[in-house]
Structures are given as structure tokens and as C-alpha cells.
Design a protein around this ligand. Structure first.
Ligand code: PLP
Length: 432
């Protein structure tokens, strides 16, 4: 039951210039500005009121750019840790869980916080999008989340995925054919899929979802922080999350700023403690030398490093780091840190989490957990600090045990680097 939720009133603001303007549809950039900047939503309601009543993710709709709520959403769940907190000696460790864990009230069928983005982006649609078919490129959790949510809500979607990542596209039932999958051939990677999606967006009637630039995407992910802060009753002191793009951490910082304006949850900024999976460390390396620009990364080496990490969802090579309002600004403003975690440490942390908390977690969430262990060991966190550990994905093993899985099949296999003519011709033949 989400029918009682009304469109949220908000304006948009350029982070670079502070200019405020209306959302005339699917704005991803500040009109008339050429400096790269994120735009933010400025919500009319400065104090967050939760919509209870089974509203799912839309319990947070005061701070989501919602025009039309979708069916079937769930929100992240926060609880106070007993098991892991004891092992770490932390007296105020809170876990925010996105995924499938019915015993805790978490029922995200695609098992990660990417589902919060998909429900928020889908709810921003109001008929003023620049096209009819939404285009999303992804190598994993984002693709699964958008496919499920669009399928359940009849939203036309073109998914672009590398063929080698097809095993990420599992569902508990066959999908509605408003979701169409195309792939770049074996041997291609996420960047090739992005390239294909950019070509597809040049076709009339197709439009890009927008990634970190889409306010709906960031504010959807921010619900992890909204869940934690409203549950705890105050803004946490530390925020632990594994990052690929850093969009989730930017979103959590933006939510922190909103809570300061709200006034009821404290006036401090939580320290962002973000982590990457070694040896793939582009954000870590740039932040180490406090560089706003990403450092050069040899293409071949980057591909090798991606190959060797467990948490492939963290393999973004062009994160929104330098852009105004991006991850660099978020780290500066919160006196944040970037931590590096090896596969081994992450695997051990996943085991420890399952033993102490009772659920399997995604390799990326294991990186975040390992970074918390590391920070505690190095005395970077006071024992009584209020710590939020963002478990961005989990419960996949439990979900697979309880369900028969269906795999989405591609309609077209493109070469690694197709021409625009080929893309136009083949995708142009698909019918929604
Ligand atoms: C995408 C993803 C991340 C990284 O999120 P960003 O905020 O985009 O860097 C972390 N964990 C999981 C499970 C993810 O799917």
C-alpha cells in the first residue's frame, strides 16, 4: 500500500554555484553551467517525517524525489550489533543491512542497496523523461536491481551488461519482457558495456539513467543513512562503507547535511571511512596524496587488478570523485579516510560476520567489515563511538537456498566495440 504517498516537493541546486532551479524533468546537470558539478535535491520539508504503514522505501519519501511510488519496495534495516560488537569491543556498533534477511525484516529480493536506487529512480519518472526506454549499464547488482524493479512495475528498460557477467542476472521468477538485455561479447568489461549504453542513448526514444548525477539515485542510497540515524536517534560518528564509485558515501554525507538542518539529530559530521579492495585502489591512491584529480592508471594494469579482486562491484574506474560535490569534497568535509583491504582479510571478515551476526554478506560488504576490523585494530575508532557499518549487500546464499533461480538471457550479443550504425540497427528492431 503506497497509494497515500504524494509527490514530494523539492527544488534542485548546483553544488558548484549554489544556483537553485526547478526539476523540469530528468535534469542531471545544472542548466547553463559548464563546470562539472553534482546537483542536489533541496526538499521542502526540512524535518524528516517517516511514513510508516508498509510504505517500504517510501517511508523516507520526504527526502526522496518521488513523483509516483512503485510497488514492492523495501527499505534498509538498522539494528544494534551484539555479536560483532563484542568481538570488536565497540559498545555502539550499528549495522544497516540491505539485502535478504527476513528474520531481521529485510526482504530485498535483489540482495543489495542498489535496489534502493532503482526504486527511487523509478519513482522520479513522471512522463517528462527525454525518452521512453531507460538505459542502464552495469556489471552486477545495479543491473539486477533495475531489472527486477522495472519488471515488477512495467517500466521499459534496456540493460547493457558484459557477457561475462551474465551469472549476476538471477531472479526468483522470469521477468516481464519490458526488460530487454543486450551484452558486449565475452572478454569485454564494464567499460565496454558503458560504451554500448552511450551509443544506445543516441537512438531516439532512449535515455540514460544518469548514475551518480541522478539525484534520485543518490537519495535512494541515502536511505541507509536515514534508516541508521532515525533508528539510533542521532547522526553516527563514523560511517563504514566499501566504495567503487563512492556514490553511496556521497549520498550518506548529503543526508548528514540534511539532518544537521533538521536539527533533531545533532550538528556534527560523521567521519566517512570508505574502503576499496586491494590491489584495485584508484580512490585510495588519489586520497593518500590529497589529490582532487584521479591519478593516471595504466589500462592493462587496471584490468589485471580488477581481475584479481573478489568484490567486482567495487571496480569503477571513473568514480564521481573530482566533481564538485563528489567524493573528494565529501572526504574533505568529513575529515574522512580511505582504507585498503586485501581479499584474504575480506574473506575472514565475511566469515566472522556470519558467525557473529548470522547472515552471509556480499564480498563488498565484507570489505567494509574488514576495514572496520582494521580501523579498530589501529585505534582509529574510540570504543564508545557511534559506528554505522553499512552492509550494502547480503543474504544471497539464503535467497538462493529458498528459491529456484531464473537467469535473464540476452537478446543481442554485440562485439566488444560495436559501431553506432550496428547499435542503431539492431536495437532499433527491438519492440517495447
Ligand atoms: C555497488 C556496491 C557498492 C559500492 O557502492 P558505491 O557507493 O556506488 O561505491 C558496495 N556494495 C555493494 C553490495 C554494491 O553493490
Amino acid at each position: 500500500m503506497t497509494a497515500e504517498i504524494k509527490p514530494t516537493k523539492y527544488l534542485l541546486q548546483s553544488v558548484a554555484t549554489g544556483a537553485i532551479f526547478e526539476d523540469t524533468g530528468w535534469l542531471l546537470d545544472a542548466p547553463g553551467e559548464d563546470q562539472p558539478t553534482l546537483v542536489r535535491a533541496v526538499y521542502e520539508k526540512k524535518q524528516l517525517q517517516l511514513n510508516e504503514d508498509k510504505a517500504g522505501l517510501y517511508r523516507f519519501s520526504d527526502w526522496l524525489p518521488v513523483v509516483r511510488p512503485l510497488m514492492g519496495s523495501d527499505s534498509p534495516v538498522t539494528y544494534k550489533s551484539e555479536g560483532l560488537s563484542k568481538v570488536l569491543g565497540l559498545s555502539n556498533l550499528y549495522i544497516t543491512f540491505s539485502g535478504y534477511w527476513p528474520a531481521k525484516g529485510a526482504t530485498m529480493r535483489t540482495c543489495s542497496f542498489k535496489e534502493t536506487e532503482a526504486f527511487s529512480v523509478g519513482a522520479r519518472m513522471d512522463g517528462r523523461q527525454p525518452g521512453k526506454v531507460l538505459v542502464v549499464a552495469s556489471a552486477g547488482n545495479t543491473a539486477r536491481a533495475f531489472a527486477q524493479v522495472c519488471s515488477d512495475n512495467n517500466i521499459p528498460l534496456l540493460l547493457c551488461v558484459p557477457e561475462d557477467n551474465l551469472n549476476a542476472l538471477w531472479f526468483d521468477a522470469a521477468l516481464n519482457d519490458c526488460v530487454k538485455l543486450v551484452v558486449t561479447a565475452a572478454g569485454s568489461d564494464y567499460f565496454d558495456a558503458i560504451h554500448l549504453s552511450n551509443l544506445a542513448c543516441q537512438i531516439n526514444g532512449f535515455y540514460a539513467e544518469g548514475g551518480a548525477k541522478n539525484v534520485a539515485r543518490r537519495d535512494g542510497m541515502a536511505t541507509t543513512m536515514l534508516s541508521a540515524t532515525t533508528f539510533i536517534g542521532r547522526i553516527p560518528d563514523y560511517y563504514f562503507q566499501a566504495v567503487g564509485s563512492g556514490t553511496g558515501a556521497i549520498a550518506a554525507w548529503e543526508a548528514n547535511l540534511r539532518f544537521i538542518e533538521d536539527g533533531r539529530f545533532g550538528s556534527h559530521k560523521m567521519k566517512l571511512m570508505v574502503s576499496q579492495n586491494a590491489p584495485f585502489l584508484p580512490i585510495y591512491k588519489a586520497w593518500k596524496v590529497k589529490s582532487r584529480q584521479m591519478l593516471p592508471y595504466d589500462d592493462k594494469l587496471a584490468r589485471q587488478d580488477v581481475e584479481s579482486i573478489d568484490a567486482k562491484v567495487l571496480s569503477n574506474r571513473r568514480p564521481p570523485y573530482s566533481i564538485a560535490g563528489g567524493l573528494f569534497d565529501a572526504l574533505v568535509d568529513t575529515d574522512g579516510e580511505v582504507l585498503a583491504v586485501e581479499n584474504d582479510a575480506a574473506r575472514k571478515a565475511a566469515q566472522l560476520f556470519e558467525q557473529t551476526e548470522g547472515i552471509d554478506i556480499h564480498p563488498a560488504a565484507a570489505v567494509a567489515t574488514a576495514s572496520l576490523l582494521q580501523a579498530v585494530e589501529n585505534n582509529q575508532v574510540e570504543k564508545d563511538a557511534v559506528v554505522m557499518l553499512n552492509i550494502t549487500g547480503g543474504g544471497e546464499a539464503l535467497f538462493a537456498k529458498e528459491n529456484k533461480l531464473y537467469y535473464l538471457q540476452p537478446l543481442i550479443v554485440f562485439p566488444v566495440s560495436p559501431t553506432i550504425e550496428e547499435v542503431k540497427e539492431k536495437i532499433g528492431q527491438l519492440r517495447w
